[in-house]
Design a protein around this ligand. Structure first.
Ligand SMILES: C[C@](O)(CO)[C@H](O)COP(=O)(O)OP(=O)(O)OC[C@H]1O[C@@H](n2ccc(N)nc2=O)[C@H](O)[C@@H]1O
Ligand SMILES: Nc1ncnc2c1ncn2[C@@H]1O[C@H](COP(=O)(O)OP(=O)(O)OP(=O)(O)O)[C@@H](O)[C@H]1O
Length: 273
């Protein structure tokens, strides 16, 4: 079975409080971004080892702790799954705030559920996904949502950005999520995100913000420079995604986003949502 785990964008993000479990509460709107990895899951005969082949962008850390493998181990513990061959081709940048690793985990759960006909409903898959990371549960249903608590409890919203031209710029900075959270002071949300995002996209610039952007831009000025370039090129809205370092711009009404003069080592994704 071959699946294509996609990334996500955060439209606004407020870190709203400290939780007893050490995590933070947040409020954010998540939307799918069709920048994708590829993940193949094949059953192998009993008696063989489960394997994980990794190609594409190198993933830091021990492959034994790769989120695809952890997703498999989680289900195997409960469902006595046969061994599998996993092959992850990594395309979405890491430490980018795009949820790429989380998507790999959630798509692995979904693929194993389908392949072995486990018939787990989305609520059960989300419960497994939450054990693998706060962002993972979003990718089970993979539709725009207002997310709260750890970013893993959702309320449906009617927000349709389909067809909107979008540019995502990854400047090659790997910002660890834990480091980013450590730099943000929790506070009450400045706006009701659902209300702000129901207004025309051109108004979001004044109402929709990301607390990580405010905390990280003084340390990594390049984030502010990219955002300024996106606005100068005609973006109606531009922001850091999640805890960065990817910065995106939305260009409604345009076929494709304009070209930007950017250093050759930056990764750029240009397409329509
Ligand atoms: C920044 C976001 O991408 C916004 O969508 C997410 O909140 C990050 O989610 P994630 O990458 O799945 O994060 P996790 O793997 O669950 O946690 C990584 C680290 O981020 C911090 N963390 C994460 C989520 C959260 N609600 N509060 C936190 O404080 C914790 O220090 C944790 O050890
Ligand atoms: N399949 C995977 N893809 C990417 N990173 C993975 C994967 N499996 C495990 N990891 C680990 O997760 C770390 C990336 O997590 P981090 O939260 O810093 O970045 P991120 O891109 O914002 O994460 P996420 O993609 O989960 O939102 C990597 O350094 C790597 O060690």
């Amino acid at each position: 079975m071959l699946v294509f785990p996609n990334a996500k964008l955060n439209l606004g993000l407020y870190v709203t409080g400290q939780r007893p479990d050490g995590f933070r509460n947040l409020e954010s709107v998540f939307v799918p971004l069709p920048w994708c990895d590829a993940l193949e899951v094949l059953p192998t005969p009993e008696g063989t080892e489960t394997t994980l082949a990794l190609t594409g962008i190198p993933i830091p850390g021990d492959p034994a702790t790769n989120l695809c493998r952890r997703a498999y181990e989680l289900l195997r513990a409960d469902f006595n799954l046969p061994p599998v061959q996993l092959h992850l081709h990594k395309v979405v940048p890491i430490g980018a705030g795009l949820g790429g690793g989380s998507a790999d985990a959630a798509f692995a759960l979904r693929a194993l559920n389908d392949l072995f006909q486990l018939n787990l409903p989305n609520e059960k898959l989300q419960a497994y996904a939450r054990q693998l990371g706060s962002d993972c549960a979003f990718f089970v249903v993979n539709k725009p949502v207002f997310a709260y608590e750890k970013g893993d409890v959702f309320e449906e919203i009617s927000l349709d950005l389909t067809g909107t031209a979008c540019k995502v710029v990854y400047p090659g900075l790997h910002i660890s999520t834990a480091e980013a959270y450590a730099r943000v002071t929790a506070a009450a949300p400045r706006h009701d995100l659902r209300q702000a995002l129901s207004q025309p996209l051109e108004t979001w610039r004044n109402t929709v913000s990301n607390d990580f952007e405010d905390a990280l831009t003084p340390i990594y000025p390049v984030l502010g420079e990219i955002k300024q370039q996106l606005y100068a090129a005609g973006a109606a809205y531009a922001s850091l995604s999640g805890s960065g370092s990817a910065v995106y711009g939305l260009f409604p009404g345009q076929e494709l986003p304009p070209k930007l003069e950017l250093p050759a080592q930056y990764l750029v994704w240009d397409a329509r949502l």
